[in-house]
Design a protein around this ligand. Structure first.
Ligand code: GLV
Length: 318
């Protein structure tokens, strides 16, 4: 019998599917699994189904001597030491594709929230302060004819570009490789060096994976090279941005505003961000719809089913 350990709560259909190929033990609490409990179950695990809050490193793998597979219920896999898994012949899978639309929706929502000052407006109403419609009250920025600069033009970047086009934005991007010509034509998207993209975009959206190469890609210098009326949106991973430098840039007017779904030291948020009105803060909700989280659990489970049945993983990493 294959022993499957699920290290956090996932939608039930995923658990049911996993149950068709093995005996499933799942941590069923919103609190993170205590390490000793996790390790006790990993000791007999053939497969681990993990969340982005799990650190799958040598210590995790040492606790799981018979592990054959790690199925991460996330598209990002920076929480997994893929090289360590490969050294031990542990297959790693992620959940690309199924969360593309939900994450692009959230990125577009942050573009709108930041440029139209919706967080600030909501806080004003909730404060109970007196207010009245005014010609110059809380003016934001329109999107028509403005350039969206997308850093990381994978599936989510392209899906965001499609949404932004329907709001009248033009699309520029920075990516290691050029996007397929049909997609570039459809979007009218032009490829730029990072500094040029930052210097010319009205809104910059980060949609690249987090890796040593993208750690602090947006640092003080990068923020300085942005326009003072520009906005930064991050729905990718927090440490891509130097959060202290971002605080300074928001405070001294180097950029106009930001919309953040992810944080450098998640779940801790830089305390100064909480004091700033020109930043919208949401708690890592990119893929947080019922449909998407269910699809992610099912794709992770489908990967497990494929491997346990002797087939190839559907969406392998590395
Ligand atoms: C969410 O952040 C994911 O990587 O799936």
């Amino acid at each position: 019998m294959t022993n499957i350990v699920v290290t956090g709560r996932i939608p039930h259909p995923g658990i049911e599917r996993l149950g068709t190929v093995g005996s499933v033990w799942a941590w069923d609490d919103d609190e993170p699994i205590p390490t000793d409990v996790r390790n006790a179950h990993l000791a007999h695990a053939d497969v681990a189904v993990t969340l982005l809050t799990d650190r799958v490193d040598d210590a995790f793998l040492d606790a799981a001597p018979q592990l054959r597979m790690v199925a991460n219920v996330a598209v990002g896999y920076n929480n997994i030491d893929v090289a360590a898994c490969q050294r031990r012949n542990v297959i790693v899978t992620n959940t690309p594709g199924v969360l593309t639309d939900a994450t692009a929706d959230l990125a577009m929502a942050l573009v709108l929230m930041s440029t139209r000052r919706l967080g600030e407006g909501e806080r004003l109403i909730r404060s109970g302060a007196a207010w009245q419609w005014g010609m110059f009250m809380m003016l934001g920025r329109g999107l028509q004819g403005r350039q969206l600069g997308i850093v990381g033009m994978g599936g989510i970047g392209v899906a965001l570009a499609r949404r932004a086009r329907s709001f009248g934005m033009t699309i520029a991007y920075h990516n290691r490789s050029a996007v397929n010509a049909d997609v570039a034509n459809e979007l009218g998207a032009t490829r730029h060096e990072l500094r040029q993209l930052l210097a010319t975009s009205d809104v910059v959206s980060l949609n690249c994976p987090y890796s040593p190469e993208t750690h602090h890609l947006i640092d003080a210098d990068a923020l300085q090279s942005m326009r003072s009326d520009a906005f930064l949106i991050n729905t990718a991973r927090g440490p891509i941005v130097d959060e202290a430098a971002l605080v300074a840039a928001l405070r001294n007017g180097a950029i106009a505003g930001a919309g953040l779904d992810v944080f450098e030291h998640e779940p801790t948020v830089h305390p100064d961000l909480l004091q700033l009105d020109n930043v919208v803060l949401v708690p890592h909700l990119g893929s947080a719809t019922v449909e998407t989280r269910t699809a992610m659990a099912m794709l992770a489970a489908d990967n497990v089913v494929a491997v346990v049945n002797g087939g190839a993983p559907l969406t392998p990493v590395g």
